[in-house]
Design a protein around this ligand. Structure first.
Ligand code: PDD
Length: 284
């Protein structure tokens, strides 16, 4: 089945899908996006992702390209036309096409594009069984990381550095030596006392949708949680480390920089939380 993209009202072959060179997303990174998991033909946390999309749009004073219900219909159609059982749908809204000038254009209509991609559940499971390596890098991003903006250059640089060092992800460290989040994931630890810790939401991190759902599952399962920042030292000396996102679900981390975490294998709590999250996805 050949891939289909959605571009401003049309379903087009993915290989020829394009936008104008004066799209403000291209020139100013003046846009926002969402990545939604598709699991067993269904979207996971669709409403949460759309709530966050609308919040990002509001924060940037950007109009929505269409109302929520028609948008959901387009998302379903993109998934259907691409025949995706397990994977992701990518959705991007920019302020539209206008002659290059920094202030908001008066007449441009917001531009909407979507793509969908298959992801291998087997590959994800294998990666989770082995666990992944993470490096730490300084957080050099702007102070509105709560907005899911397409302006991702620091994230790209961080992920590239991770790749060059044979790691899966880079956890970013703020000016106070505290972990903010990964370049495309949220960061978690399990302390030596067995407490699950993740940073509270603020302008410093993205309010991950996977993070939010996992927090609700922790509560349901009466698992001890501390919502607080943690330092790089605490990260390195944690009993367990893991990360979350729409593309990785719950992913155990077995090495941070040069330090092996635990016994170098995915920790018990991380494995338990991955299983809990998978069950949550299955039951949606
Ligand atoms: N990234 N933090 C950052 C900086 C992210 O870019 C993401 C998501 C997350 C996790 O959020 P969620 O659980 O809602 O996926 C945290 C997506 C997957 C991406 O950029 O591809």
């Amino acid at each position: 089945m050949s891939r289909i993209a959605y571009v401003n009202g049309q379903y087009v072959p993915h290989r020829t899908a394009s936008v104008h060179i004066e799209d403000r997303g291209y020139q100013f990174a003046d846009g926002v996006y969402e990545v939604v998991t598709i699991f067993n033909n269904r979207m996971i946390d669709e409403e949460g992702h759309l709530d966050r999309l609308w919040r990002s749009l509001d924060e940037l004073k950007m109009d929505a390209p269409m109302k929520r219900e028609p948008l959901k219909m387009v998302m379903r159609e993109v998934i259907r036309r691409n025949g995706i059982e397990n994977g992701i749908i990518y959705l991007q809204v920019t302020r539209g096409v206008a002659p290059r000038d920094h202030p908001f254009p008066k007449h441009a209509a917001p531009a909407l594009v979507m793509t969908a991609k298959r992801l291998s559940m087997e590959k994800s499971q294998k990666t989770a069984e082995a666990g992944v390596n993470v490096i730490t890098v300084p957080d050099i991003r702007w102070t509105r990381r709560d907005i899911k903006s397409v302006s991702l250059l620091p994230n790209v640089l961080a992920k590239q550095e991770a790749k060059e060092k044979g790691a899966y992800e880079a956890f970013q460290i703020d000016e106070d030596g505290m972990v903010t989040e990964g370049s495309s994931t949220n960061a978690w630890i399990v302390t030596q006392e067995g407490k699950v810790v993740t940073r509270p939401t603020s302008n410093s991190i993205l309010a991950g949708i996977t993070r939010g759902s996992l927090l609700r599952e922790l509560e349901k399962h009466n698992i001890d949680l501390e919502l607080r920042s943690f330092s790089k030292e605490e990260l390195i000396s944690a009993r367990e480390v893991f990360l979350t996102s729409s593309t990785t679900y719950v992913m155990p981390v077995v090495k941070v920089d040069d330090k092996i975490i635990g016994n170098g294998h995915p920790g018990i709590v991380s494995q338990q939380l991955r299983a809990i999250y998978e069950k949550f996805m299955q039951e949606i």
